[in-house]
Design a protein around this ligand. Sequence first.
Ligand code: GLN
Length: 248
Amino acid sequence: MKKLTIGHLYPDLLNLYGDRGNIQCFRKRLTWRGMEAEVIPFLSGDPIDFEKLDIVLLGGGSDREQELVCQSLQGIKKDFQAYVEDNGVVLAVCGGYQLLGSYYKTETKTIQGLEILDIYTEWEPERMIRNIILNSPLFDRPVVGFENHGGRTYIGNHTPFGKVFFGLGNTGKSGYEGVVYKNVIATYLHGPLLPKNPHVCDYLLEKALRKKYGEEIRLEPLPDELEHKANSYIFDRYNDKKYVLKET
Ligand code: GLN
């Protein structure tokens, strides 16, 4: 039986807005297809053997929790970088997204990141909180979610995860959201992201399965009519020109 091992990094600290629902989604969509998922939670300070992992989830957290987790991250930095460069699959959400960059400068401190992505984040007092909809070049249907962050993320020479159709995204000004790099999706979309967007879940599962079992792997479609209906409903609700951010 095919099996993926999912590493959930720091659920004790990076655990905002139901980000762990993404793990459930990975697990369910594998088991519905007759495959197995093993989920390993790593608490901050635990050693991590990245060679055993097929997917890594790094969720969101408050500035305080990000600061606490920063030390553990510095301890696994080299191994995490090597995992990503070797096409390991990562979903990093909000605080987790910020921590993949060089730093996150909060109101009072600078938190060192993993330097996996060429990005940096700087805090501003006005929080960016709202529903968000993206058009991503990876998918033929929108990606919907919820964002809540004080940090503005400036991305270097990276492909964004999507173009903001409604919402604020990386900086509130660039018109773009998140980053896609190798098999990493890094995004501000909480929500949780994957149950709302099964197409994103399957994209990551397929990447992980292909890496482990070969490029010919194709995931069978699942009956996602309800999810698609909800996705279209949200999209239609915000499909009003006045909300569309101007391209810069
Ligand atoms: N603390 C970070 C910020 O406010 C990330 C928040 C989050 O993960 N929702 O920007």
